[in-house]
Design a protein around this ligand. Structure first.
Ligand SMILES: Nc1ncnc2c1ncn2[C@@H]1O[C@H](COP(=O)(O)OP(=O)(O)OP(=O)(O)O)[C@@H](O)[C@H]1O
Ligand SMILES: [Mg+2]
Length: 471
């Protein structure tokens, strides 16, 4: 695999875009030593505005309308090889514009091909792990393609299939969907993938884990060998990295090598708290009007339901979103939150990946996730597109191992903003068992303030190197 690591020199161009000016060493992205570098002449690295990509006029116009003039680093790095037809693995932090990095080259190619999809067929397939994310990606594609004849179809579960089948009957240029319903329509011949020239897996590491891999293999088996494939994510654990690369043909790896996989613009904090004290702590925090738009993540659907109800009863406008709800109710909750009707969205990991809601000021990990990658995606719902945000973790005694795994993966020491006394006392009560969950970090005092460590960082693409499943 050819590697293309976006260097700090190049990224200096983007200092003011998505990069907080306060970073002492002056840049968010650092070279990733593990990667072989592509010859610089292979793909130009000097594209400072979207005009440099030679995009078709309707696409360029759509970007102007959206007010986008400067490509983000992942866009600047990925779009040239993607436009050249290369298979690609793109890794960059949450909220840095990966959607456009695959949408623009795909649309440009489809516009250039001048062929129409046959009945029930499509020319491009984009898969995402959740329906809400598929809806969002579809909206992005439709906005970009507004001035073109290109058509899209959303193929996802939880809603009637009749309308989707009718849409497919006409043939569409792009299908954006979730794997279950895509496989369903494939099996009845109502979605034919033999003419697909472009295939994208967004949130690729999630799409290749156990929950989806069978469906993904079925989809890939139905795709023509001659196609362009692109995989994107903010995380790529080493366990799935090899599988990801095996799906690609002579791929280019474009990695925006960050100092840490979590954006610097997120202030990361932890409250050590008894499990039974979490709800009162959250209610107390929410009295702070600075918490204008808050996503709260729980581990279970039941906990999400209960917490949303309790918050609502206490006068905090809260919506709830999890996989046991009807699709309409899920989408309504998200739109209610997006539109400002609810100040708080209580959700499971269903809302962890990809969702782009403007102005989320805080993410609260009410329960810590057992997979540290989930933490990276969850907190990435704030501080998007150059904004800043706060991520607050609640950590009870049973979750200290999860916290250690998160800190190891992100290379960030979360600042303790509450419960330090209780942490110290309970650590004394329960001396650390071998391999068990005693005092975090071997009892070292944690730094307050930025909570950042100076060493031991892993970039987004290097998370596999011993940095996984530490809990
Ligand atoms: N070149 C650009 N200039 C300004 N804003 C941009 C640009 N590209 C994308 N954005 C905006 O940045 C936000 C984040 O983009 P996007 O959702 O594609 O991020 P992402 O990298 O896919 O994040 P995640 O890993 O969470 O899925 C969106 O609101 C998008 O409109
Ligand atoms: Mg995304």
């Amino acid at each position: 695999m050819a590697g293309l690591v976006i260097s700090p020199v190049f990224l200096a161009i983007f200092r003011n875009l998505f990069v907080p000016a306060s970073r002492p060493d002056g840049g968010l992205w650092a070279p990733c030593p593990r990667e072989t570098r592509a010859a610089p002449e292979m793909f130009p690295l000097t594209i400072e505005n979207f005009d440099g990509f030679g995009l078709a006029e309707p696409l360029a116009r759509a970007l102007r309308t959206a007010g986008f003039s400067t490509p983000t680093p992942i866009q600047a790095g990925a779009i040239p090889p993607a436009m050249a037809g290369r298979d690609l693995l793109g890794i960059a932090q949450t909220g840095t514009g990966k959607t456009l990095a695959f949408a623009l080259p795909t649309l440009q190619h489809l516009l250039g091909e001048r062929r129409r999809a046959a009945a029930f067929a499509t020319r491009a397939l984009i898969l995402s792990p959740t329906r809400e994310l598929a809806v969002q990606i579809d909206e992005t594609f439709r906005r970009l393609a507004a001035g073109t004849p290109l058509s899209t179809a959303l193929i996802l579960g939880g809603v009637g299939r009749g309308g989707q089948v009718r849409r497919m009957a006409r043939g569409v240029d792009l299908v954006i969907g979730t794997p279950g319903r895509v496989c369903d329509l494939m099996s009845t011949g109502e979605l034919r993938l033999g003419g697909v020239s472009h295939f994208v897996l967004d949130e690729a590491d999630r799409m290749l884990d156990l929950g989806f891999i069978r469906d993904i293999r079925r989809v890939i088996a139905a795709l023509p060998a001659a196609r362009q494939s692109m995989l994107f994510s903010a995380t790529m654990p080493i366990e799935v990295g090899g599988l990801a690369e095996s799906l690609l043909r002579e791929p280019v790896r474009v990695e925006v090598a960050a100092a840490a996989p979590t954006p610097l613009a997120i202030t990361q904090q932890v409250h050590h708290v008894r499990a039974g004290g979490k709800r009162a702590l959250l209610a107390d925090m929410l009295r702070d009007v600075e918490m204008r738009r808050v996503i709260v993540f729980t581990r279970t659907k039941r906990a999400a339901d209960r917490l949303a109800e309790e918050l609502d009863a206490e006068g905090f406008a809260a919506e709830c979103m999890h996989g046991n709800m009807s699709q309409n109710a899920r989408q309504r909750a998200l739109e209610g939150f997006r539109g400002g009707r609810a100040r708080v969205l209580v959700a499971t990991d269903l809302a962890a990946r990809g969702l782009d809601v403007a102005g989320v000021t805080h993410v609260v990990n009410y329960d810590l996730p057992n997979e540290p990658e989930s933490y990276v995606h969850r907190i990435g719902r704030t501080a998007r597109a150059g904004a800043s945000g706060v991520a607050i973790a609640f950590c009870d005694a049973s979750e200290r191992g999860f916290l250690r795994a998160i800190e190891r993966l992100t290379g960030v020491r979360l600042a303790i903003v509450g419960g330090a006394d209780w942490l110290a006392a309970s650590a004394e009560e329960k001396p650390r068992a071998p391999g068990g969950r005693g005092a975090p970090h071997g009892g070292r005092t944690q730094r307050e303030g930025s909570g950042r460590q100076g060493s031991g960082r892993q970039s987004s693409g290097r998370q596999g190197s011993g940095g996984r499943r530490a809990a």
